[in-house]
Each structure stands twice: as structure tokens, then as C-alpha cells.
Ligand binder design. Sequence first.
Ligand code: PNS
Length: 167
Amino acid sequence: MEGKPSLSWRRAVYPGSFDPLTYGHLDVIRQAVPLFDEVIVAVLQNSRKSTLFSAQERVALIERSTDGQFSVVRAAAFSGLLVDFLAATGARVIVRGLRTGADLETEWQLASMNKDLMPEAQSIFIPTAHEHSYVSSSLVKEIASHGGDVGRFVPPPVAAALRAKFG
Ligand code: PNS
């Protein structure tokens, strides 16, 4: 019987809703890549939270937006607890991006809870570049829903998918 993989410091999970991926997320991925042998961008599949894109669509958009750029990056959907996904994939590190100091409070709580649930897990925070500090998936969706141009905030595959959703 196959057991769980041993946890590796060289493997990181970058979890989130990614509904959809923005250039801010991509900036965090770009900064995480040189630090690890593998970066798993983990898309939360949560039946209680309604999302614009399905988990499969969000994974596909991440794959298309990172395709060929980073050999160590892969995208996957997960459900349930993040720490269970870490144990299943053998990742020891959780990567989260910080846009501003205001993000720190919720991230601190999340990291502390994950530490409580899985003491071996280590969260690290990566500040996003200033030009992405005000970009969020929610605002991007709002702009796109009103026909605004989101090309400055999201990679081309995401912009095309938003156009397809909102017409
Ligand atoms: O992009 P988001 O919505 O800020 O990401 C939040 C996410 C997905 C990282 C967080 O909600 C999460 O890890 N959810 C899975 C359930 C879990 O493990 N929660 C934390 C411990 S209570």
C-alpha cells in the first residue's frame, strides 16, 4: 500500500481561489519559482462558495497563463483542508502573496491556524510588486462584467475567458 509522501522543504503549495488568476498572482508565482523545486498552484474547489469559473476552468487558465514559462510550476484543484493537500502532495511550504499591510492580518490568522493543524507546515509571505497592490480578482470581475478593459490586470488567456463569460 502506498503511504503519504514525506514532506519536502523544496516543494511548495500556493493556494487560493484564483477566480480568476491575475498578474498579481503571476508575480507571486514568478517570485516563488527560484525558491523551490516544485510549486503547486492549488485552486480551492469549494461547493459552498460560488465562483465565476469552475475549478477546472481556473486550473486551465493558470496552466495556459504559465505555459512554457516555468518548468517547476503545476496547477491542481483541491478541496477540503489545505493541510491535507500538503500531506497528500508532500509539500511543506505554503506560499501566500501580500498586496499591502492590510492583507497581513488575515494571512497571519490563516498561517497560524494551518500551523496549529500541521506544525511541520511553514507559511511564507511574498510581497507583490507595487503595481499589483490594488489588483484583485473581485475588482477584475466587476470591471469585466461592465465591459471594461482588464488587459492590464490579467494575462491574455484570462482576459479572453472573461470576455467569453460577459460577452
Ligand atoms: O484566494 P483566497 O480566497 O484568499 O484563498 C484562501 C484559501 C484557499 C487559501 C483558504 O481559504 C484555504 O486554504 N481554504 C481551504 C480550507 C482550509 O484549509 N482553511 C484554513 C484552515 S481553517
